[in-house]
Ligand binder design. Structure first.
Ligand code: ADP
Length: 768
């Protein structure tokens, strides 16, 4: 082992706080810092966009400039350095490409990000002294060509020989697909048969992401479940074949969240602070939020929120389908977001005043208040590479209701009514009735069993979503590529032991652990119907005929915060132009003479459109028989045993999740196994006709099975569960009956308007 630190160049088209349009910006803003804390040297490379605030550009230091060849072009590239929190940022400067008012969505994005990828590769020769790149970590299609350039143009140079490449997929729906004229004109690779072949995705197009998948030494994506989902035709967006072929180097590493920025105990944007030990502030937050949004201020109504892009990916089809049933069933709903489904959301807000609210905007401060003030968070995504919102919600003690896909499946442990374990409510199929059932499983628990609800909230708040866990996993991955580099964590700075005589501080006993919050048992707001668990259809609709509970006073008066605090909070709103995310992909490439060397001077520019649009059929997914044991651990020893999923006609899903929670929490290790119960509940709805394509997919998709003892034992427990008491099983089955009856319970006087445009259905290669 050498003494050398792991030196990583992290290339991304966005990084918070400089530029962010979505999850990628969050990751590139947080992960490098966590890697530094884990013992790596990290340089982050980002384009120097014209939109980067002057508070940063003013502090940048010019460190190098050189020219980058791009087809027949020779483009200027400057490197501007800024160091923040131990992370060095090198901004790639070229005003022609990047001095614009938005990061993406231009006709020449293909050229801009080919330049960025080449500039990153070239920059490895111009790094600060002492920095010798071991790993080039590229993210999403914008940087996908860097591993291709590196191997095809730079391989022979000694400096590059040691560089291993990692490519991370944050969303496979956006791949960077362009007309193949680019191959010669911009990439200068038409004469390299290997590159031409591996980049080509059809007879007229090339695909940047495909190139990275073939050329990178390791491939990651942002959750273990998404890692195997994208190996199936259903989720792979045409790249599933390559991913199956390269599955030996593909892994899923969950994203984390910034636990300082999202902390209910210190968050200055919320109405009252609270923690797992003292939840009283959360009640105040709920009352304040209800008031702010014009909802009835009452604690006996579960308040469910969404903070999201209003797109098909986020499950808005299911939401618009099921909202009548949910709202008339006594659940309050508030939505914050922008996108294709703005009109339907306005419609429901008008139809159910006091019960439904829609805020069609991007408002960071309001999002904090919604995470804090809600009881439940709805996220029924069609696909979800990782998802941050559900993790944020859990950190605020707001229980997620999610579809079991991608990162949602990996982060939310379904409530097990037999053991009381879990961190939220889940459903399997992309189906509005199943989503409604899951919502009412949550609502029923909220109404009927305060102790169980509170325990779930505690479980959710104890889950560990910090970046430390993810950074450790990335460090292990880097170490696999460079086993000669020691990645032992730096010893924490140990305080010099004080002399024998105890100081005043030492003499003081450790602060007593705060008393566990004693939740006043509120009168369970049961309705008569609620007492009849088998007849859930009735129980779901108390709001219509009969209020679900005697109107109780809001549990606590909203704690009054200073006006100044509120003012600060409301100022923090930021614009997020969602339209850009779904912008059609159109690339005009300058067509040069078909000359292999690509240095032709006699060029004839011609516009060519990238044939980059892909349509993806929406599918109601069939239930898979999946045995899954996930063990999330801070220092995850790799559980790499792959276990092929087996398709079966019976709808038995056994999922066992062993979550390592924050060490401070007593109920730290959660072993949840409730699938059998869920399966029992959904059995009557089994749609066996749907299984065929899914089964085929499942065969090819290896499911990772944890070998950890805890996981194994909980899996065993899971399979034992069907023997659970009959009475409770009946209760579990009840919501289904209601689901089947949902239309009858719906007072829909007028159908909800259809979404104006469902642009996600026509998935383009460019989100960003
Ligand atoms: P995405 O696929 O959009 O990246 P994630 O769940 O990974 O979804 O991250 C979404 C992030 O954006 C979350 O932090 C969420 O709070 C935030 N967000 C989404 N829409 C809004 C909005 N309208 N206002 C404020 N924050 C929003």
């Amino acid at each position: 082992m050498s003494d050398k630190k792991m030196q990583v160049v992290f290339a991304s088209a966005e990084a918070a706080p400089f530029v962010k349009t979505g999850g990628l910006g969050d990751v590139a803003g947080s992960l490098p810092r966590a890697l530094v804390a884990a013992g790596a040297d990290v340089i982050v490379m980002v384009p120097k966009y014209g939109t980067i605030a002057s508070e940063y550009t003013d502090r940048m230091e010019h460190v190098a400039d050189f020219y980058v060849s791009l087809g027949w072009r020779n483009e200027y590239c400057g490197l501007e350095r800024l160091v923040i929190d131990g992370v060095t940022y090198l901004f790639i400067d070229n005003e022609r490409y990047f001095k614009r008012d938005y990061p993406y969505g231009f006709f020449d994005d293909g050229e801009r990000f080919a330049f960025f990828s080449k500039a990153v590769t070239e920059s490895l020769q111009h790094l600060p002294e002492g920095f010798q790149c071991d790993v080039l970590h590229c993210n999403d299609w914008h940087t996908a060509l860097a591993p291709v350039f590196l191997r095809e143009f730079y391989q022979g140079l000694p400096l590059y020989e040691r560089v291993k490449t990692v490519f991370s997929i944050h969303n496979i729906a956006f791949q960077g697909q362009y007309a193949d004229t680019i191959l010669n004109d911009i990439l200068g690779m038409a004469h390299i048969p290997n590159a031409a072949r591996q980049l080509r995705c059809d007879e007229r197009s090339i695909n940047y992401m495909q190139g990275a998948l073939d050329y990178s030494d390791a491939i990651t994506t942002v959750s273990p479940s998404y890692a195997w989902e994208i190996q199936t035709p259903e989720y792979g967006e045409g790249l599933d074949g390559i991913l199956r072929r390269r599955s030996n180097v593909l892994s899923g590493i969950l994203n984390g969240i910034d636990t300082d920025a999202w902390n209910p105990a210190t968050d200055p944007m919320i109405h009252a602070n609270y923690s797992a030990a003292d939840m009283s502030g959360k009640k105040a937050c709920k009352a304040a939020l209800q008031e702010e949004l014009g909802l009835e201020v009452r604690d006996d109504r579960p308040l469910m929120v969404m903070v999201t892009r209003l797109t098909r990916q986020k499950g808005m089809d299911l939401v618009t389908y099921a909202l009548d049933r949910i709202l008339s069933g006594g659940v309050q709903v508030a939505v914050l977001g922008t996108g294709d489904y703005e009109e339907p959301m306005r419609y429901f807000a008008n139809k159910y005043p006091g019960t439904c609210a829609a805020r069609i905007t991007f408002d960071n401060a309001l999002s904090h208040r919604m995470y804090a003030g809600a009881d439940m968070f709805l996220m029924p995504s069609l696909f979800e590479p990782c998802g941050l919102s559900q993790m944020i919600a859990m950190r605020y003690g707001t229980l997620p209701v999610v579809r079991e896909t991608g990162g949602l499946r990996d982060t939310v442990a379904p409530y097990n009514q037999f053991t009381g374990e879990g961190t939220g409510f889940t459903f399997a199929n992309f189906n509005g009735d199943e989503m409604g059932d899951a919502v009412f499983r949550g609502a029923r628990l909220y109404w009927d069993d305060h102790a169980a609800w509170d325990q779930l909230v505690q479980n959710a708040m104890a889950a560990d979503f910090s970046w430390v866990r993810s950074a450790d996993e990335y460090m292990n991955l880097y170490h696999n590529l460079h086993p000669e580099i020691d990645i032992t964590k730096p010893e924490p700075v140990v305080q010099e032991p004080e002399p024998a005589e105890p100081t005043a501080v030492e003499a003081e006993p450790a602060a007593p652990a705060p008393e566990p919050a004693v939740t006043e048992a509120e009168p369970a707001p049961k309705t008569e119907q609620a007492a009849e668990p088998a007849d859930d259809a009735k129980a779901e609709a108390p709001a219509k005929a009969e209020e679900p509970a005697p109107k109780t006073e809001p549990a606590t008066e909203p704690a009054k915060k200073t006006a100044a605090k509120k003012a600060t909070a409301s100022k923090t709103a930021a614009k997020k132009p969602a339209a850009r995310k779904t912008a059609a992909t159109k690339s005009t490439a300058t067509k040069a003479a078909e000359k292999p060397a690509a240095k032709a001077t006699a060029t004839k520019p011609a516009a060519s459109k990238a044939a980059a649009t892909k349509t993806t059929a929406a599918k109601a997914t069939a239930t898979k028989t999946t045995t899954k044991a996930t063990a999330s651990k801070a220092t995850a020893a790799k559980n790499t045993a792959k276990k092929p999923s087996t398709a079966s006609a019976t709808k038995t899903a056994t999922k066992s999740t062993a979550t390592k929670a924050a060490p401070a929490k007593a109920a730290a290790t959660k072993t949840t196994a409730d699938k059998p119960a869920t399966a029992a509940a959904t059995a009557p709805k089994a749609t066996s006709a749907k299984t065929a394509p899914k089964a085929a997919a499942a065969k090819t998709a290896p499911a990772k099975a944890s070998t950890s003892k805890a996981a194994t034992s909980s899996a065993a427990k899971a399979t034992a569960k069907p023997a659970a008491p009959k009475a409770t099983a009946a209760k579990a089955a009840a919501p289904k009956a209601a689901a089947q009856d949902s239309s009858a319970a719906t007072p829909a006087d007028k159908p909800a308007p259809k979404a104006k445009s469902v642009s996600a259905a026509k998935r383009t290669t460019r989100k960003r």
